[in-house]
Design a binder for this molecule. Structure first.
Ligand code: KG4
Ligand code: ZN
Length: 326
């Protein structure tokens, strides 16, 4: 069964063709990030205007790379929520029109759950048994817009365990990078700087809120702590940005690892499925993998192309949702 997926929730315009919820035949992603860089963040109006221009050619390209015509598509899956409202509207209106015109079912997909589902996709031939995550699982989504923990019993049964009460993890990376004048997006540059810094400087320690007894997160406090530290110490003799960055990243990674593993324990999860742009973070990958191994939980990270926003994950989860309503 071939599903055409469409994703336009943030700055990307993406379309993909996926076979049987598993095998990616094409996954075209066009980003307007360059248009936003000079503003230091996504400008919704610019994003949705670009998406209106890009949606037609991107869908055409996805079909042609997959080597299939629209007639061969069984259903159209589209990101319904969450995201920028103008951007979501472009994708949903386009997908609805296409589904109506072609007389195909339309499947509306939750973007966050699709990020978790990305771990079940394969870019090559059929997935080998060993590489398919075992259920039950816990999903950790860490992106520029979201930070959530879900329990996953099967492909369509997700239970929200907790989420951020303020900034998303990626947003915290971006805001800290901005206040330290490191550019946008902040995650990759902070990751690199922290990796090149052996140890956080003695005396620099930031603490992300624990929010005990919950699976919720809060990152605005640690961001503010970095701001105050910077205001107090920048300009002093011997001051360097790298150890500050390293201490900030340690605090964010630490809380993500502790909460994700606690959720795995509670839900007796066999796998931890990570997704979203911050899943690219090298320290987070290493720490989740090690902590998981110590507790018999295998941590999965999609390849980078599937960590960021993409339509293949929408088509993949859409396949199971279509099967579930039959
Ligand atoms: O998934 P994504 O495109 O965002 C949303 O869908 O909302 O991810 C973008 C976010 C940005 O905040 C970026 O700073 C962060 O992911 N990011 C990283 C890294 N690479 C990207 N954060 C930490 N470490 C990285 N290596
Ligand atoms: Zn996303």
């Amino acid at each position: 069964m071939l599903i055409l997926g469409i994703e336009t929730s943030c700055d990307e315009t993406s379309a993909a063709v996926v076979r049987d919820g598993r095998r990616i035949l094409s996954n075209v992603v066009s980003s307007s990030l360059e248009d936003h860089r000079k503003f230091g963040g996504i400008i919704p109006e610019i994003a949705s205007r670009r998406q209106m221009e890009l949606i037609y050619p991107v869908v055409d390209e996805a079909l042609s790379r997959a080597g299939v015509s629209l007639k061969k598509i069984s259903a159209i899956a589209v990101t319904q929520t969450p995201g920028l409202i103008g951007s979501l509207l472009v994708g949903v209106a386009y997908a609805r029109g296409l589904a109506f015109a072609m007389n195909k079912p339309l499947i509306e997909v939750d973007h966050i759950k699709a990020h978790i589902y990305a771990n079940f996709l394969t870019e090559g031939g059929p997935a080998s048994r060993a590489s398919v995550p075992e259920l039950p699982a816990v999903g950790l989504i860490v992106s520029g817009g979201h930070t959530s923990l879900y329990a996953l019993r099967d492909y369509t049964r997700f239970q929200l365990l907790g989420e951020t009460r303020d900034d998303a993890a990626g947003e915290a990376f971006d805001k800290v990078a901005r206040l330290l004048n490191l550019g946008y997006p902040g995650g990759p540059v902070i990751d690199r700087m922290a990796r090149d810094t052996d140890d956080p400087a003695p005396g620099i320690r930031f603490t992300a809120a624990e929010l005990p007894g919950t699976f919720d997160f809060s990152f605005s406090g640690v961001k503010t702590a970095v701001l105050y530290y910077q205001q107090k110490h920048a300009g002093e003799k011997g001051y360097a940005v790298a150890p500050v960055v390293r201490a900030f990243q340690d605090s964010v990674v630490g809380i993500l690892v502790r909460k994700a593993l606690a959720a795995c324990r509670k839900k007796k999860a066999r796998s931890l499925l990570v997704g979203g742009g911050v899943a690219a973070n090298s320290a987070l990958r290493r720490e989740l993998t090690l902590a998981g191994e110590a507790e018999g939980v295998k941590a999965f990270f999609p390849p980078m192309s599937l960590c960021v926003d993409n339509a293949a994950m929408i088509a993949g989860l859409g396949y199971h949702l279509a099967a579930a309503v039959k």
